[in-house]
Design a protein around this ligand. Structure first.
Ligand code: NI
Length: 195
């Protein structure tokens, strides 16, 4: 296992379309995924896509911890809002609702910045795990957001390209000041994980 170097915005590996993985069970896929997980955890990220470690394959890892789910939802719905550490190979996304909402995102390939990004609020994703098993889940809220963010990396898209208002692209160090000036107190929560 090894912590890999993370590509930063501007490197062509982040701008290309990643290739489908021919065999999700191949040993070199396992080795790469291990490194991706170690790199993501070391960087305190919520997710990581293979192109971010200079590997142009359709592989993402992510997690959506319970503390990011809204508090007021019931148990059944909470299930869709959370995900354990997940490996998804050759992922596909099906949007379940046209509804979108803005939320703050960061990216390990765009260090130091935060942006408010509109994302679909509900989707279904399908792909394969490391043992070649089919993975299929419904995702909502932050879970849906992190999946969209990571899968965008596989198509060469970084979150600023999804933004509709670049005045909402800010340095993390200015987030408190920005929020204090723009939002009524308590309305918007600052997010702290990159992906
Ligand atoms: Ni990212």
């Amino acid at each position: 296992m090894a912590i890999r170097k993370i590509a930063r915005m501007g490197h062509p590996v982040l701008q290309g379309v990643a290739k489908p993985v021919p065999d999700p069970t191949a040993p070199e896929v396992k080795a790469l995924v291990r490194d991706m997980i170690e790199t993501m955890i070391d960087a305190n990220g919520a997710g990581l896509a293979a192109p971010q470690v200079y590997e142009p394959w359709r592989i993402v890892v992510f997690q959506a911890p319970p503390e990011r789910a809204p508090e007021e939802i019931d148990e059944e719905e909470a299930f869709d809002h959370t995900a354990p550490l997940t490996v998804l190979i050759n992922p596909e996304i099906e949007i379940l609702s046209e509804e979108r909402e803005k939320g703050w995102e960061g990216c390990l390939s765009v260090p130091g910045l935060r942006g408010a990004v509109p994302r679909y609020t509900a989707l279904r994703y399908r792909g394969y795990g490391l043992d070649g098993e089919a993975v299929e889940r419904v995702a909502r809220g932050f879970h849906a957001r992190v999946v969209q963010h990571e899968c965008d990396h596989l198509d060469g898209i970084l979150y600023p390209q999804r933004m509709d208002d670049l005045t909402e692209l800010i340095f993390e160090t200015e987030a408190k000041a920005w929020l204090a000036a723009r939002e009524p107190a308590g309305e918007t929560q600052e997010e702290n994980a990159d992906a």
